[in-house]
Design a binder for this molecule. Structure first.
Ligand code: HEC
Ligand code: HEC
Length: 364
């Protein structure tokens, strides 16, 4: 993919603006409107581009979950043929909600794994994630690669469907829902999806080489290898092993899943914050070789936010003096908040934070 070109695409500029906007209540996107009339053509047949706001609007996603291809019978929750369960080894904390994920690979399609750290997905692939809490189905999110990203079109459809009271159908929702179905679960707004799912790298986050390695329920990396779905297979069908003891692995995996979407070397966040919490398959020999270790341990913070400068990202042996640990414990929303991740959570992940603290304590 031509990353440089995509960075100047109009929708990419808007995506970046939304990535950096942590204000509690940014302006809502305009409601979906009917398809725009044909654009005027100049005498030479050169197309005049529609205004930017049109380009950022999703195409016309199906209004109901039953129309997305997940189920053949939504009332009985029968999955459609070809839809497969998967689970990333390390999960994103979602305030205690339980999550189930599925993928549909178009028949015969291959995943281009030339860059093992950034898979390039075939057009047509769909991934879903269902959230349940207090025994209730709340929302089912979908990532669908409609088209190859281009100057005009981000290509990826990112939408969520909110379940009705009878759980017989879920409906497209782009505005977000507070306290969905009487739980404390918050359904995000559609414009917030790409703050984590960045189309410049392809949207999926939990369907990667590190996350599908080894054992687990549903589809694994080895299944993809055996079926010949990956254009370049990994050296071992079992995939990749995170280095270190169990304590180190838990922390490195946690940070990869929960923070690596933004804190990655090829993310725009990295330009200001030269910290990577994303694991890379070629840098997994020892803990001290991981970007996570190299860019945090005894490294100074570079954030320009008030009160956030001049600290230490990870202080050996001392979680309380480590900005990574401290920020995981903040849940105050607002433009000056230092909470991490900066959205989509209202409750601290005590268990995940403890795993990170335990690892920091072991660092000599
Ligand atoms: C705070 C960051 C964040 C936000 C906001 C977010 N996601 Fe995700 N999402 C993730 C991460 C990280 C994963 C992978 C880990 C997991 O599933 O636990 C994921 C997984 C998924 C998956 C399963 C496929 C995959 O990528 O592994 C789907 C589908 C999905 N998200 C859709 C959405 C949609 C649609 C929205 C907006 C309505 C959204 N997400 C908002 C971070 C986010
Ligand atoms: C949605 C994108 C996003 C996610 C996900 C995210 N961060 Fe951040 N993070 C940022 C941005 C943007 C900044 C810079 C603004 C600021 O200082 O708050 C930042 C700054 C930081 C800093 C300050 C580093 C420095 O050098 O000043 C730390 C530490 C941090 N994040 C830790 C984390 C941790 C730990 C996680 C996961 C639990 C995480 N982040 C998840 C976007 C993200």
């Amino acid at each position: 993919m031509d990353v440089v070109r995509l960075h100047v695409a109009p929708w990419a500029l808007l995506l970046c603006a939304s990535c950096l906007d942590f204000s509690p209540d940014p302006p809502l996107p305009e409601a979906p409107r009917p398809p725009s009339p044909p654009q005027p053509q100049t005498g030479r047949g050169v197309r005049t581009f529609p205004p930017i706001v049109e380009l950022t609007l999703p195409g016309r996603p199906p209004p109901r979950l039953s129309q997305t291809g997940l189920y053949s019978d939504i009332a009985r929750k029968t999955l459609a043929p070809g839809v497969e369960l998967f689970r990333p080894r390390y999960e994103l904390w979602s305030d205690g909600a339980a999550k189930t994920r599925w993928v549909l690979l178009p028949p015969g399609a291959k995943i281009d794994t030339q860059r093992m750290d950034r898979w390039h997905f075939p057009v047509g692939i769909k991934l879903w994630k269902e959230f349940t809490k207090d025994g209730k189905r709340l929302e089912t999110r979908m990532l669908w690669k409609r088209a190859e990203p281009s100057f005009h079109d981000p290509g990826w459809e990112m939408q969520t469907y909110v379940w009705d009271e009878t759980e017989s159908e879920a409906f497209l929702d782009q505005d977000g829902v507070v306290d969905a179905r009487g739980t404390d679960h918050e359904v995000p707004r559609q414009i917030d999806c790409n703050r984590c799912h960045r189309v410049e790298f392809e949207a999926p986050l939990g369907f990667d080489a590190v996350q599908l390695s080894g054992d687990g329920p549903g589809l694994r990396l080895r299944d993809l290898v055996l079926r010949g779905v990956l254009t370049v297979p990994p050296p071992s069908a079992d995939g990749y092993t995170i280095p270190g003891d169990a304590t180190a692995r838990a922390a490195l995996g946690y940070l990869h899943a929960n923070c690596g979407s933004c804190h990655a070397p090829d993310s725009d966040v990295f330009r200001d914050i030269d910290m990577s919490l994303r694991l890379e398959v070629g840098k997994l020999t020892t803990v001290t070789e991981t970007p996570t270790y190299l860019t945090t341990v005894e490294r100074r913070t570079t954030s320009i936010k008030a009160g956030a400068a001049g600290r230490i990202r990870i202080r050996r042996g001392n979680p309380l003096e480590s900005e990574v640990y401290q920020r995981m414990g903040i849940r105050m929303v607002g433009p000056e908040s230092l909470m991490m991740p900066p959205l989509a959570s209202h409750t601290v992940d005590e268990e995940g934070r403890r795993q990170v603290a335990d690892w920091i304590r072991t660092l000599p």
